[in-house]
Design a protein around this ligand. Structure first.
Ligand code: HEM
Length: 148
């Protein structure tokens, strides 16, 4: 029962995080880029933040919990099985996601009027969205004998 609940929460969190970023990257961002109305991106992010950040937090808590069901902490980085390489990859993606998000939040988003900073923000959005899809790809690999 606990396993099912953790998996359900993990998948719900994934739907929100990945779905939200795909809408941002594929619908909102191209329109903002073409029209130069970067406020569209900021408005979307303002609304998404309140649900997206708790979803990411749920991903981390449930993900770590699920990973501990597969392997003890001291074998997460052993890279001797596909499970350990999948856990290590998920944590690498998490580190990259957090680094991109912090950089965008602290240095790019405050420069709303600077077009160069907004182009840079666009590449951050594409990066975080790509990582979100990679999270799903690696996640599916756990129960299917490996992602590759
Ligand atoms: C935004 C971040 C994340 C997304 C979108 C995501 C997505 C997914 C998806 C779609 C699955 C497949 C579930 C299934 O087989 O039905 C999965 C599985 C899994 N994820 Fe994540 N994940 C994320 C973060 C993490 C983190 C930080 C960890 C921690 C290491 C983690 C650990 C796992 C584990 C261990 C499984 C296998 C669960 C199982 O089948 O028992 N995930 N993830």
């Amino acid at each position: 029962m606990l396993y099912k609940t953790l998996l359900l929460l993990h998948l719900l969190g994934a739907s929100i995080w990945v779905g939200g970023h795909l809408v941002l990257a594929l619908r909102v961002l191209p329109r903002a880029w073409r029209s130069g109305r970067w406020s569209m991106v900021h408005e979307f992010e303002e609304h998404f933040e309140t649900i997206g950040l708790p979803a990411l937090f749920i991903q981390i808590v449930t993900g770590v919990w699920l990973a501990l069901r597969y392997l003890p902490l001291n074998r997460w980085f052993s890279l001797t099985s596909y499970v350990s390489s999948h856990i290590a990859l998920k944590l690498l993606f998490l580190g990259l996601t957090v680094a991109l998000a912090i950089h965008a939040r602290l240095f790019l988003i405050p420069q709303k009027e600077n077009t160069q900073a907004m182009y840079s923000l666009a590449f951050h959005i594409i990066g975080v969205t790509t990582l979100a899809v990679l999270f799903v790809w690696i996640g599916v690999g756990f129960r299917t004998g490996g992602a590759w």
